[in-house]
Design a protein around this ligand. Sequence first.
Ligand code: SF4
Length: 433
Amino acid sequence: MRKNHIDIISLGCSKNLVDSEVLMRQFEAVGYTVSHDPEHPNGNIAIINTCGFIGDAKEESINMILRFCQRKQLGQLERLYVMGCLSQRYLEELKIEIPEVDKFYGKFDYNGIIADIGKEYRQDLRLERHLTTPKHYAYLKISEGCNRTCSYCAIPIITGKYKSRKIEDIEQEVCWLVSIGVKEFQVIAQDLTYYGYDIYKDYKIAELISRLSDIKGVEWLRLHYAYPTNFPYSLLKVMRERDNVCNYLDIALQHISDPMLKKMRRSITSEETYDLLARIREEVPGICLRTTLMVGHPGETEADFNQLKEFVQKIKFDRMGAFKYSDEEKTYANLHYKDDVPLDVKQARLDELMNIQQSISYNLNQSKIGQVWKVIIDREEGDYYVARSEFDSPEVDMEILIQKDKNSLSIGNFYRVKIIKAEEFDFYAQIQK
Ligand code: SF4
């Protein structure tokens, strides 16, 4: 057990990861060493940053907490803290059920841990982080919370109302990240497109992205978690005109049939969704569209599902994820609807949808052979360098494999490559001199 060493375990989404990175920087500044590796913990203090979004994520968080409780019982750990969405949502229950944990924090008061270990929070470091990602890219969280009322979603219950960060703070953070070598920024929020409305009484995402793209050293800005309703079309102009804003948009659409969109309280219709996607593709030619869809929401009929399949076949998303409805406590759906789609039907629909997407993805990728792209090298793996293009977000999208044999490439550097082969989820490429 290493003294004055803190293991931070981040579960859930990249927004959680940013909170862990901010906290790690604070601990380093007050004399602790830190690590972020759940497989090799060895510190005298551990902090579990939990996820409480849906059933599977909650289970994973509980299991991780119990694993570290065991380490404590075995004398391999002195103090255990828990923070994040699960403890934000179930604080009182967790205190009773898992008394081995020294203290539970929520999603926004975790700086209290610093006082708990007898140190002071460093306000001057509030925009700095200990990056856990490869040093050339970072997640950039521009807000917390969500004002939408999607029927199935527990996030507003956990995170509360939308809180935008000030543009100046985000700019300062990006400048600091550039100064430590970050070139690529994954711009994240619960709802990217609502940015600024709470503090500036106007949608400010286009202005924010153009100001960030003006910062010297920012090579790529990639946008995640857009919401379809009241879409700020001014953003598309910025994406089209700025080379360092990736031609990539992650926009969660969840469904397409009008009865489902109504039941899900998504405040958009099927026709409006088709129109929005057509306009995005028209205004940003060659844009890579990623979406997330849900199957098995209460009331989903075979006809609704057929519409969803048809939608996926018509639109041909470049990237798509999907998941089954999970009946989450105190959500609108949980309080007002019966979870009436049997689990095996949910699973069958999910499998069918992902199979459709797999062949769409394969065919779309074939059409990329021969194209020349700017890519960034993430890592080395066996005989290959593993890279990504502007069309691929880390961890969730495609990777580009470049043979090592004749090349000596540097991680974190950009190169031009020609796509020579394509599979469902990977490309093979050659360096272009
Ligand atoms: S937009 Fe909807 S799904 Fe996304 S976080 Fe907000 S309530 Fe949840």
